[in-house]
Every structure is written in structure tokens, then in C-alpha cells.
Design a protein around this ligand. Structure first.
Ligand SMILES: CC(C)(COP(=O)(O)OP(=O)(O)OC[C@H]1O[C@@H](n2cnc3c(N)ncnc32)[C@H](O)[C@@H]1OP(=O)(O)O)[C@@H](O)C(=O)NCCC(=O)NCCS
Length: 186
């Protein structure tokens, strides 16, 4: 299976929204929920901004089909969602590998989504690494969060791509891990 990784263009938005809808909490098949789901909903305008202003949408293609995406953007982009506003306020209290975290030295990675037809085949690692490499040009530290009810995502991010847990927190009655890694791995 040949998979191509690249930055998304606005021409990809329709396919990305279709992939997103298959695994977003409001529209996912009940049977798929055990392998994780995405909470945040996105619309075409937000994805256009993510692509054009943030250069923060990355995709994996199998032929012409988008089989995975990873998002990454400045905290400014994410701040419209209350959960991220909460995380931004807490950044100065967090340290990671010599950095006191800030909106300047870190960005928020995620969500990430891999279609179930290609899970467990390296597509996750591929799209993560591509996104990390691109974002390393702008930021030294990746920050993200994972809901504790998503053990598959937690296993993938801690065992396969080496993210470190930097704290645990509660928001809106949900329990989360907050994780980080350096973007420069050489
Ligand atoms: C999370 C996601 C991106 C990971 O990609 P993936 O291709 O499924 O990841 P992999 O299969 O390579 O790795 C997952 C690991 O978790 C393990 N795993 C699977 N289910 C698990 C569970 N319920 N509990 C613990 N570990 C689990 C797998 O066995 C695998 O490890 P292994 O290869 O050592 O066996 C993908 O499953 C996905 O898109 N899920 C739906 C959307 C989502 O949850 N996104 C993340 C939101 S933070």
C-alpha cells in the first residue's frame, strides 16, 4: 500500500469533512466509538482558515482517497473553543524539557483521524510525523490532549510516536491527559 502525505488544500475539504463525520461524536456509528472519536465539530470556513492562515492541515492519501488527517495550529486559532481557552490559561504553569510553555513556543496538535480501513498500518505514524516536521519550522513544542475514555489514541500517541504526559486535568466533567513532545527530534 503506497500512502502519500502532504499538506491539505482547500480542494480536499469535502473529503476531509466526510472522513471527520465518520468519526465525530455526533455522527459516528455506535460500533466505531470504542476505537475513539473526535469531539470537536468543524465547518468548511474553519478548515479553510486552518489551511490558508495556519498551514495546519495534513493528509494521507491512498490513491485519490484521503484516509487520514492531522490538524495543528496556533493557540490563537483554537482559542474560539472554550476547552482550548482553558488550556491556554494553564500553559504558563507547565514546563517541558526546559521550556515554560507559552502560546509562542508551543502549538496545539490534533485532532487526528485515521480511517478504520487503514488503522494499525503505519498511516497514523506517517501523518503524525509529516505534521510534526512541518510544524517544527515554526514551533519547538507540540502540545495536545486526549480524553481518558480514548485508550486507543492514548496508546498510539504514547507508544508509537513518543508523546509524554505532562499533566492530567478535568474539564466539563471529562478527564484528560495533556501531552507534549519536542518538534525537533534529530
Ligand atoms: C486514534 C487513531 C488516530 C490511532 O491510529 P491507529 O492507526 O488506530 O493506531 P494504531 O492501530 O497504529 O495504534 C493503536 C494502538 O492502540 C492499541 N489499542 C487498540 N485499542 C485499544 C484499547 N481499547 N486500549 C488500549 N490500546 C488499544 C492497538 O493495539 C495499537 O497498538 P499495537 O499496534 O501495539 O497493537 C485512530 O484509531 C483513529 O482515528 N480513531 C478515531 C478518531 C480518534 O480517536 N482520534 C484521536 C482523538 S485524540
Amino acid at each position: 500500500m503506497t500512502i502519500e502525505f502532504r499538506s491539505a488544500t482547500t480542494a480536499d475539504i469535502q473529503q476531509i469533512l466526510a472522513l471527520h463525520a465518520r468519526y465525530q461524536v455526533d455522527t459516528i456509528n455506535e460500533a466505531d466509538k470504542a476505537d475513539g472519536f473526535i469531539t470537536t465539530a468543524f465547518d468548511k470556513t474553519q478548515l479553510t482558515e486552518l489551511i490558508e492562515q495556519e498551514h495546519g492541515l495534513f493528509v494521507a492519501l491512498k490513491g485519490n482517497e484521503i484516509v487520514a488527517y492531522a490538524m495543528a495550529a496556533s493557540w490563537g486559532f483554537w482559542s474560539r473553543w472554550p476547552m482550548f481557552a482553558h488550556m491556554i490559561k494553564d500553559l504558563p504553569n507547565l514546563q517541558y524539557k526546559g521550556y515554560v510553555l507559552s502560546t509562542e513556543n508551543s502549538y496545539q496538535y490534533g485532532p487526528v483521524c485515521v480511517d478504520k480501513s487503514v488503522r494499525g498500518q503505519g498511516v497514523f505514524e506517517g501523518v503524525f510525523s509529516f505534521a510534526l516536521q512541518e510544524m517544527s519550522k515554526r514551533y519547538p513544542v507540540l502540545v495536545t490532549f486526549i480524553n481518558k475514555i480514548n485508550p486507543r489514541s492514548f496508546a498510539a500517541h504514547t507508544k508509537k510516536v513518543g508523546l509524554d504526559v505532562i499533566q492530567e486535568f478535568e474539564y466539563n466533567n471529562n478527564q484528560y491527559y495533556e501531552l507534549a513532545c519536542l518538534t525537533n527530534r534529530t
